[in-house]
Every structure is written in C-alpha cells, then in structure tokens.
Design a protein around this ligand. Sequence first.
Ligand code: PLP
Length: 414
Amino acid sequence: MPLHRNTLTVAAGYDAAEHHGAIKPPLYATSTFAYQSAQHAKDVHDRYFRTAPAKDKADPAYIYARLDHPNMAMLQARLAQLDGAEDAAVFNCGMATINAVTQAFLRPNDSVLHTKPIYGGTDGLLYSHLTQFGITPFAITDALDADAIRSAAQAACAHGRLGLVMVETPANPTSGIADIALISGIAAEIGARQRHKPLVMVDNTFLGPFQQNPLAHGADLCMTSLTKYAGGHSDLLAGGVSGAAGPIHTLKQLRTLLGSHLDAHTSWMVLRSLETMHLRTERAGQNARAIAEFLRTHPAVASVNYVGFVEPGSRANTVFSRQCRGAGSTFTFKIHAGEAAAFRMLDRLRVLHMAVSLGGTETLICHPATTTHFNVPAARRLDVGIDENSLRISVGIEHVGDLIDDLRQALDAI
Ligand SMILES: *Cc1c(COP(=O)(O)O)cnc(C)c1O
C-alpha cells in the first residue's frame, strides 16, 4: 500500500539501520570519502561516471562531497518521493537549479517557451543572459488556452529548435494559472514534429509537493526553490528538481562541473524542515484565506489577487481544481492611495515584517514596485499588474487574529 505524503515526509530517504541506529540523520561534515582499496576506488568511479548510479545500500560509494554526499542523497530521495518522481537533484539555491536545467537541456540558438509572468531571476536568465548564446525566449500570453499556447510555440519553433518549456503556476504576483497537462501535450506534439522532445519544467515553489504535483500532470521536471516553504524558516537557501532518472542523472553530472551542490548542513536542515512542511503550509494557507477575506472587505483595499478567489465556473477554476490541493499563502493586494500611503501603512506594521522572500513561519510583506521589481522597467512591471498600489504578503503561521489586527490598524491609518 503506498504511503501518504504526510508519512513519507517524516521518514523517506533515511534508514536508521544504515547509520548505527541513529533515529535522526547524522550530519556528515566531510569533504571527501576514503576508498576501501585501489580496486574499490576504480569501481566507485566507474559506477559514478559511466552508469546512472543505482544506489548500492551496502556500498553507497561516495567520492567527494561536490559529487554527492550522504545528507544530499537523503534529501534527494525524500524530495523525489514527495514529488512522485524517480529521482531528484538538489542545488545550493533555486536559481542554481534553474541554471543547471537551462545549461543541461538548451543548446545555442534554441528557443524557450515560458508562461508569463515568470520569477524575476528566471526572467533575467532568459532575457539578459541566455540571449548571448542565441537562445530566444517566447512568452505564452494565455497559459489556459490551447490556441495561445500553440501560436507562441509556433513562433518559437520558427526561430529554432524548441529546447525547453518553463512554466510557473500559480504565477507571482498575478496568481495566473497555467494548464500543465495542456502545455505538456503541446510540447509532446512539437517533440514529434521537430524530433526532439522539449522538456517541460514547472516551477512549483509557490505551492510545493503537498498542494501541487506537476509530474502527475505530464511535466518532465518539477523545480522548487527549497528556500521558501520547504526550508520554511527563512534561514537557508536551497533548490531542487525532480523527474525521471535520465534527466536527473544528467543534472547531477552537470552539478559536479558547476560546483552547485547543496552542502551537508543545509541538506540536513531542509530534510528536517520537510517533516513539518505539510503542517506549516496547511496553517499558513488557512491564515492566508482569512487575511485575504479580511482585506477584501477593508475600504482602503482596492483588490485582492488571491488564488483561492479564482472565479467559479472559469477555465482557471477548472484547471485549479484539477491541479491544486490548496491556494498557497503568498498573494498580492492593492490599496487605493498610492506609494506614499503604501509606505505609511508598511511603516505602521508591528507584527508583520517588511522583507522580500516568502514561505517562512513569519508573515512578510513588501512593496514589489520598489523592492522585488525595482529593476524591472515600468512598462513590463505594469504589464504583470504591479503598480505603486501593489503589496505582496507571504502569510506565516502566527495567530491569524494578531495578523489581521496589525493589518487593520495600519490600513485604518491610510
Ligand atoms: C525564490 C524563487 C526562486 C529562486 O530561488 P532561490 O532559492 O532564491 O534561488 C525561483 N522561483 C520562484 C517562484 C521563487 O519564488
């Protein structure tokens, strides 16, 4: 009988019998691993470099911590199970993960299809860095509409081989939904036509494995910034990607060259944090719904962009119900009165903290136009709905009454 995710998250990837019976994972603070003999050294290298290393429990055969180490292996095994994947690779942050995916699967002059808006770091990678290799990004205008996806794909294919499809759903900060199964189906059609299947990578950071499983809907790779809800305490940076053994093996081999592995201590911290992720995301989700509902009724608030408010009967709602088991706890809302009023309100907050990032136990709020999107030209910022009235909140696990009281006193003063 397959175990539930809530059970897997406590134990998957770790067997006490392999570690002197320690009920919790020891921290392997070592850079290198001793060989048992010269022949063993040769065998271990053969296994690492020539075959996808099927882990031999009796001899896990570690070589050097940049290649692989026990704490990283435990985390990868647990993440793979939570994402419903054959394997996973972890990296020292979410952007290192996305960088590895683009370097592994894109070639010069390829095109990339992506949903819009996409995370700022990914946007920068696609529009400011990869362009120098002739790689050209193409945005999908409506990620719920087959015609819109096909026409963007057609433009991409007219430019060059379509190498990668990058999907982010729900999107930050618009809360837009992308249909993963529809996009994956169209990617498969293109694959048959151009004789190269473009991999579909979904950035699952906003919902995470307990609320959304992109691989079950046809995506090839599920990427997560583990810095956010998985780490969950705003005290580390990490990233991961799950999928079939083949592409994950490719990514692990490349990671060795890039030097972007996750260190032992951080791997150990993320493994531990995963044990409570379902509880934290559940409570944060409940708090977020209550706060979104409060904000919707406050006269100083113009609109609330919360995924849970997706319009009943809409296509977005159909896809949301099929794909997601929760609405997450990060969303954007707008006030009526402009930047000065937004700043006054922010400066009055006593319980909420003003900072970028999301997914921690504490509630964070920021003014995207002057922080997360400071460097994005105004036209592109407005195109994704961020103006001087926009505020982004990442709801934590505090008592929701304290959060609402704090927001109320600050909004009342506008
Ligand atoms: C934060 C974030 C990333 C990047 O992750 P880092 O760990 O900060 O490198 C990627 N995608 C999304 C949606 C994010 O929120």
